[in-house]
Design a protein around this ligand. Structure first.
Ligand SMILES: Nc1ncnc2c1ncn2[C@@H]1O[C@H](COP(=O)(O)OP(=O)(O)OP(=O)(O)O)[C@@H](O)[C@H]1O
Ligand SMILES: [Mg+2]
Length: 325
């Protein structure tokens, strides 16, 4: 079987002096793609990497893959993760992970949160703003948490993301509008423990707890391999709570139309009430489990890196089979 791996590598990012810190943190390192290719060869697939941009498509058609392993985040646009799925749909090449709809819903956290509300899934109270004039008339309680509505890897989330009064809120919101050029998502701050839950195929993985000395997981901590943030898996939770959180993750995956693999971030307040923060439709697959929670959780479940790759592809293939039936 032939598999094309489509990704946007960090080393190819269109870096500009105006970029905010960490602008391209959610793109893949070459090491990740090399490890995915190596795993595919171990399984017995003929595997080849293609940069996820329009220039690759003639070569991709020539390679004629049975399936694309999609890890492309895109560079521009409000639903950049949905761009390659759209092109692959046009070319009628099947691919792993969510389609256009699932990628667009989850990339825009405020839309995903509206979907969670609609489905009765818990998420923090919030509002979204695209200009400073929309700051008036807010019904949320301080402290609040301010972040870009449509980015990943904690881009735009710094040590001032928790705001305690109107002045701090204005400062942080205008920083995001002016430097990230994204809508601003303002949420009530959920004080408590933080978890992330991976789903591989239809199987929900053991829960990872993320422990950060600052109370939240900001961009600098994600970049700093020696930061004091650490993970525990399986998280120390009662069986019923584990089950409850895992069920929330499965329902969130379904309501957002995600496929094959995803990772949900959530927090639990002091009373034990869970709140979904967001769902990642293409979770980081860095081979170092300390950097990639999905890999960390998979290891706790007894899966190797190659198992992860195999399970993602098998999940996508089984969807194709059911379409043709
Ligand atoms: N409402 C909130 N209350 C408390 N902490 C929050 C809240 N929203 C976000 N955080 C903190 O900020 C971190 C990043 O937020 P979030 O997961 O929404 O962003 P991200 O940049 O998309 O992350 P990822 O790297 O997972 O793609 C969370 O892991 C959490 O520590
Ligand atoms: Mg997150």
């Amino acid at each position: 079987m032939k598999v094309a791996v489509l990704a946007n590598l960090k080393e190819d990012a269109p870096v500009s002096p105006d970029d905010p810190p960490g602008r391209w943190d959610d793109l893949d390192e070459r090491l990740t793609i090399d490890t995915i290719l190596e795993s595919m060869r171990e399984i017995g697939y003929e595997a080849k990497y293609f940069p996820a941009d329009l220039r690759s498509f003639e070569e991709l058609k020539e390679f004629n893959p049975d399936i694309v392993f999609n890890s492309s985040e895109g560079h521009y646009g409000e639903s950049r993760e949905a761009q390659m799925p759209a092109v692959l749909d046009l070319l009628r090449i099947p691919y792993t992970c969510a389609g256009v709809l699932g990628m667009s819903l989850s990339h825009n956290k405020h839309i995903a949160k509206q979907m969670f509300r609609y489905a009765g899934l818990p998420t923090a109270n919030f509002f979204v703003m695209s200009s400073m004039s929309e700051l008036d008339g807010l019904g949320l309680k301080f402290p609040m948490f301010v972040k870009p509505a449509s980015e990943g890897s904690s881009i735009g989330i710094n040590e001032k993301a928790i705001v305690y009064d109107r002045g701090e809120l204005e400062y942080q919101a205008s920083m995001i509008l002016n430097t990230i050029h994204s809508k601003v998502l303002v949420e009530e701050y959920i004080e408590g423990r933080e978890f992330t839950i991976g789903i591989l195929g239809n199987e929900v993985l053991p829960i990872v707890e993320i422990i950060s000395p600052t109370g939240f997981y900001d961009r600098e901590q994600k970049e700093d391999l020696h930061s004091e943030v650490y993970r525990i898996c399986p998280a120390d939770l009662p069986v019923e709570k584990t089950h409850e959180l895992q069920q929330i993750a499965l329902k969130a995956k379904k309501i957002l139309n995600l496929e094959d693999v995803c990772r949900m971030d959530l927090r639990m307040d002091r009373e034990g009430n869970p709140y979904i923060l967001e769902v990642n439709p293409i979770p980081l697959m860095h081979p170092d489990p300390e950097q990639a929670s999905l890999v960390y959780a998979s290891r706790a479940a007894g899966f190797t890196y190659t198992d992860i790759v195999r399970k993602i592809i098998e999940s996508a293939l089984s969807r194709l089979d059911s379409v043709t039936c």
